[in-house]
Ligand binder design. Structure first.
Ligand SMILES: [Zn+2]
Length: 240
């Protein structure tokens, strides 16, 4: 029997952003640890993003887009929440930022993206995937937009996180209602290694210490921040 973690497992079809649209209200939530760690890293290593064409996956509350804006040449930020787009546009309307309503696990919708990016940022590569097959289609699409010097940034907390739900607000209608079956969404470092081997990529890790965060919390009244370390992964092509 083919299980959901099998690379050949495929849900019934690709879903449009409209079909998987979420009402998670991340536009009003606190920035996640992963993205705050990336911002800290880029503050000290701004050459990664300076004058670069950037694809950012998961608009959220736009904090990282707002940070990148002062460095980047252009930013495409994608989301399956129209509220996040409206919020982003209200904070920072700019001709160099495109807010795109797209489901990344549907490569037909990804055809709206640029042919090439210097930097791709996605802290939850697989965490909400509908199935292994459409996840790998997305990975191949991302890689096809990278040149030799492009870098794909992700973070270990997101690599080790897979959303196990499938509710009425499901991000992915193709996913199983069985919680255990959704464990395939946990990519893990082993999954990163497998992808690197399959597509001739390499990655390095760097640790960001003492990131103050309220990881995705909505209301922070009277709460102390969490202070965490986060490991950032930088994935590159070995050759063009
Ligand atoms: Zn699928």
């Amino acid at each position: 029997m083919i299980t959901r973690s099998d690379p050949h497992f495929k849900c019934d079809r690709r879903y449009s952003a409209k079909e998987v649209e979420v009402d998670s209200h991340y536009e009003n939530k606190q920035t996640t640890l992963e993205e705050l760690a990336l911002i800290e890293y880029f503050k000290n290593n701004s050459y990664h993003v300076r004058d670069k064409n950037i694809l950012h996956v998961g608009t959220g509350n736009s904090t990282i887009v707002n940070f990148l804006y002062s460095h980047a040449k252009s930013i495409d930020t994608i989301t399956i929440s129209r509220n996040e787009i409206l919020s982003g546009l209200s904070k920072l309307p700019s001709s160099t930022i495109r807010y795109l309503f797209l489901n990344k696990y549907n490569i037909r919708e990804l055809s709206e993206l640029n042919a090439y990016y210097d930097i791709i940022i996605d802290v939850n590569l697989k965490s909400f995937a509908c199935c292994e097959f459409h996840f790998l289609e997305m990975i191949e699409m991302f890689i096809s937009t990278m040149h030799k010097n492009s870098e794909l940034f992700t973070a270990m907390s997101g690599v080790n996180f897979g959303w196990n739900g499938n509710t009425s607000i499901s991000y992915t209608p193709g996913a199983s209602p069985l919680i255990l079956e959704n464990n395939f969404r946990i990519l893990g470092e082993k999954g990163i290694q497998n992808i690197c081997q399959k597509y001739d990529l390499s990655y390095k890790k760097t640790l960001v210490h003492n990131v103050w965060n309220y990881h995705g919390i909505h209301n922070i009244n009277n709460l102390d921040p969490i202070i965490s370390d986060e490991e950032i992964l930088i994935i590159k092509k070995n050759q063009d």
